[in-house]
Ligand binder design. Structure first.
Ligand code: NAD
Length: 495
């Protein structure tokens, strides 16, 4: 780790740091007066340098067996485990999240490297298909240079979920961190790049509309793995259409939680639901974003939920007292506040719950109290849009059909949850929800483990992360057919 006054996220190409166009401060969301470091935003032509380096690295990396590549990944994991805590503190200071979450985010790098290294034998295995013509060998080959574009909310974990399967599959990757939270991720990527042959991992820093757009439309980039908003996903689809790229897109979500009449509503359940809503100040792609409650349980649920939310402590993520930190950007706070203000103007009731951690500089940070909104219309923007912040609407429903209709009334389909003491009832409702994952009786970070395919339906994305499926999506199938009996081909024997 560099010392505090030197912290700067640079682009990194082989062992060189290319010139930056502009240096922007990265501010602490818990105290915007504190500059945590800088990001060296590059001009878009840095992309050409990075892609050229990746192209040089591609043949050598792709020719190695998956087992050889897995050895590199394990070595990188060992190096990354050495410096976890300093990086976690840096991540909390640039992002705002509480320290246990930053530890989880940072530790994800080594965990994911080790997890995917175990798939090497499976990837190296080739399948023989014997028929009357001879033998066809079916194998998986790398797709080619892969762009990995990262959001700010879980920068390290999400970057590694994309880039590690791509690396194991034999692709060099060019990573573009988010310009909002670039520091800890860049430090981790620097260690990763040093553990791999030159050019296998390169990093470009820059704005989405310039550097990101150039990278994801670059003619020599064969695949784009992106995690971020649906709006950016659409723009990447458009920009990559000209060169028909492989796309893996993890996009926005507006996850519903449905509390059935068969649910047990008690303190434990309410705390679990509160964690599903407010973890990371609501800034997790699969946080609960809307709650639908059977009308017979509505009052007790609102009461228990409000009481549980009231116990949350908001403050600096480095404070041991804090359960949730600030939101990460001024734009994010403005968005949440404007959705709540609009709901209130339409007659909704708004409760701002929670306590403030001792020593918090409330006015200097981007803090938002856990907010509960009732009496809100299903058409309100707070219900229809992804708020990505600590404010949640709670709405009643009369029948399961109505709950399913309201839950599915969105362009999104990332995850959802159903809450019930009756597993069959929950399962029957879960199967009707248009979402890539449906959880029963919990709905928060960690519910989808690394082996459970994860991704969205509808406009929440294309493809799946986690598991071997993610590796397969970074490969092309190739069939090499050895025809030993051409006489068995259709048509007359001789022309
Ligand atoms: P964002 O789309 O604004 O930015 C994500 C990344 O894309 C950044 O690196 C940005 O610089 C880059 N980018 C922006 N415009 C671009 C363009 N035109 N071309 C190429 N790259 C461009 O998203 P964000 O604000 O960083 O993250 C929050 C969003 O991400 C939320 O919508 C959230 O739901 C979503 N998200 C989804 C998942 C998932 O697994 N589905 C996970 C985390 C976050």
């Amino acid at each position: 780790m560099r010392s505090a006054h030197e912290i700067c996220a640079h682009s990194l190409i082989e062992d060189r740091v290319p010139a930056a166009g502009r240096y922007e401060p990265v501010r602490n969301p818990a105290d915007r007066g504190q500059v945590v470091g800088h990001v060296a935003l590059a001009e878009p032509d840095v992309v050409d340098l990075a892609v050229a380096a990746a192209l040089r690295a591609a043949p050598g990396w792709g020719r190695r067996t998956a087992n050889e590549r897995a050895d590199f990944l394990r070595t990188a994991a060992k190096l990354l485990e050495a410096d976890d805590d300093a990086r976690a503190r840096l991540l909390t200071r640039e992002h705002g999240k509480v320290i246990w979450e930053s530890r989880l985010d940072i530790a994800g790098a080594a965990t994911i490297l080790r997890y995917y290294a175990e798939f090497a034998d499976r990837l190296d295995a080739e399948v023989d298909h014997v028929n009357k013509l001879g033998t066809a060998r079916i194998r998986r080959r790398p797709v080619g240079v892969t762009a990995v574009v990262v959001p700010w909310n879980y920068p390290v974990y999400l970057a590694f979920l994309m880039l590690v399967p791509a690396l194991l599959a034999g692709n060099p990757v060019v990573v573009k961190p988010s310009e909002v939270v670039p520091l800890a991720l860049t430090d981790v990527l620097t260690t990763l790049a040093e553990a791999l042959p030159p050019g296998v991992v390169t990093v470009v820093q820059g704005e989405g509309a310039t550097v990101g757009a150039r990278l994801t439309a670059h003619p020599d980039v064969r695949a784009v793995l992106f995690t971020g908003s649906t709006a950016t996903g659409r723009s990447i689809i458009a920009g990559s259409a000209g060169t028909v790229k492989r796309l893996g897109l993890e996009l926005g979500g507006n996850d519903p939680a449905i509390v059935l009449d068969t649910a047990v509503v008690d303190d434990t359940m309410a705390h679990e639901l509160v964690r599903g809503v407010y973890t990371s100040s609501g800034q997790v792609c699969y946080n609960v974003k809307r709650i639908y409650v059977h009308q017979d349980r509505y009052d007790e649920l609102v009461e228990a939920f409000t009481a549980a939310a009231g116990q949350l402590v908001v403050g600096d993520g480095l404070s041991p007292d804090s359960h949730i930190g600030p939101v990460t950007t001024p734009a994010q706070r403005r968005k949440v506040q404007s959705l709540v203000t609009a709901a209130r103007a339409d007659g909704a009731s708004v409760v701002e719950a929670g306590k403030v951690a001792t020593g918090t500089c409330w006015d200097r940070g981007l803090f938002v109290r856990p907010t509960i909104v009732t009496g809100v219309s299903p058409d309100a923007r707070l219900v229809q849009e992804e708020q990505f912040g600590p404010a949640v609407p709670i709405l009643p429903f009369a029948t399961d059909d109505e709950a399913v209709r309201m839950a599915n009334d969105t362009e999104y389909g990332l995850a959802a949850s159903v809450w019930s003491a009756d597993a069959d009832h929950a399962d029957a409702v879960a199967r009707r929800i248009e979402a890539g994952s449906v959880f029963v009786n919990a709905h928060r970070l960690g519910c989808s483990d690394l082996a459970m395919p994860f991704g969205g339906v509808k406009q929440s994305g294309l493809g799946r992360r986690h598991g071997y499926e993610a590796v397969e999506e970074c490969t092309d199938l190739q069939t090499i057919a050895h025809i030993t009996s051409p006489a068995a081909l259709p048509g007359p024997a001789r022309t």
